[in-house]
Design a protein around this ligand. Structure first.
Ligand SMILES: NC(=O)c1ccc[n+]([C@@H]2O[C@H](COP(=O)([O-])OP(=O)(O)OC[C@H]3O[C@@H](n4cnc5c(N)ncnc54)[C@H](OP(=O)(O)O)[C@@H]3O)[C@@H](O)[C@H]2O)c1
Length: 281
């Protein structure tokens, strides 16, 4: 049987690195998508050492740049005919309002729009897999969010929670709408969202944009390890019993409730259409 290929975004740290390592250990052909060559290469060496798999591939992808995502997709498709599993894991949280190179608010831009474009461009390759899977790392924080259609890039009244919760709600709505569209197409591709729990990673620690280390030092002992946090994404990527499950939100390997807004079909469709315009599809 030929090996399955999995692509993990934000694979150089935290849960992305843990998922990439575990999937390589299980025999998957892993492609790590990272925005920094230096951090990506260092992480690739860690993943190789810990998994024992020598052929882990590193590719550069900045999800904060539509041009970067398009270039990445082109290079990926030139090297790989089919993609069995896409794990949309990369994410940011920023204290102050930051923008991507396309002038998107950074959390909306990276957490949702960059992955929206990436998934759209890679979908033909995922559909060439016998049973393609898309796993979107969202968060319980989606429950605090709404989509601010009147000002989605939060040019007024920005705060970190508002922006992060909006982007993670966008992840769940994206899963809902994509699952709907894929069902209509009659294929075998599934798409599900994940809440990983509270996980001790470097998330939000960035000295320039984030919280710094002090909050984490206090809370770290109560958090899950990156491997524990990545376990549900790995489960959705690999388990036979979820091969036909789509459009769900999982926590601890089980479907879990989402907010009322996250179930709203009209909002999901509206977000999809807005996202298509934003990324130029
Ligand atoms: N930690 C938690 O408690 C928690 C809870 C719920 C959900 N989550 C979600 O879990 C996911 C993984 O986060 P983590 O906790 O493992 O944190 P992490 O260690 O900070 O990992 C985030 C990854 O995203 C990458 N990334 C950020 N901006 C990017 C960009 N523009 N282009 C490409 N990659 C980019 C980072 O790369 P760099 O190293 O280059 O910055 C890093 O590899 C995120 O989506 C987060 O929202 C985390």
């Amino acid at each position: 049987m030929s090996r399955k290929t999995v692509l993990v975004t934000g694979a150089n740290s935290g849960m992305g690195l843990a998922a990439a390592t575990e999937l390589a250990r299980r025999g998957y052909r892993v492609v790590m998508a990272c925005r920094s060559l230096e951090r990506g290469e260092a992480a690739r060496r860690v993943a190789i050492r810990q998994s024992g798999a020598a052929d882990i591939e590193l590719m550069l992808c900045d999800l904060g740049s539509l041009r970067g995502v398009r270039q990445f997709a082109e290079q990926f498709l030139a090297r790989h005919d089919a993609l069995d599993v896409l794990i949309n894991n990369a994410g940011v949280i920023t204290i102050k309002r930051h923008t991507t190179s396309d002038n998107f608010e950074a959390m909306m831009g990276v957490n949702h729009l960059g992955h929206f474009l990436l998934t759209s461009l890679l979908l033909p390759a995922i559909q060439r897999s016998p049973q393609g899977r898309i796993v979107v790392v969202s968060s319980g924080a989606h429950k605090a969010g709404r989509i601010h259609f009147e000002d989605p890039h939060l040019t007024r009244g920005f705060n970190a929670v508002k922006g992060y919760a909006q982007s993670k709600l966008a992840n769940v709505l994206f899963v809902r709408e994509l699952a709907e569209r894929l069902r209509g197409g009659g294929g075998t591709v599934t798409v599900n969202a994940v809440h990983p729990g509270a996980v001790a990673t470097d998330f939000g620690v960035d000295r320039r944009t984030g919280f710094g280390r002090s909050v984490y030092r206090l809370l770290r002992p109560f958090f899950r390890t990156p491997a524990e946090g990545a376990a549900t994404a790995v489960y959705l990527a690999t388990a036979n019993e979820v091969a036909g499950v789509t459009g769900q939100y999982f926590y601890d390997n089980k479907p879990a409730p989402v907010s009322a807004l996250a179930q709203d079909a009209v909002t999901a469709k509206r977000l999809w259409e807005w996202s298509e315009r934003e990324v130029g599809l």
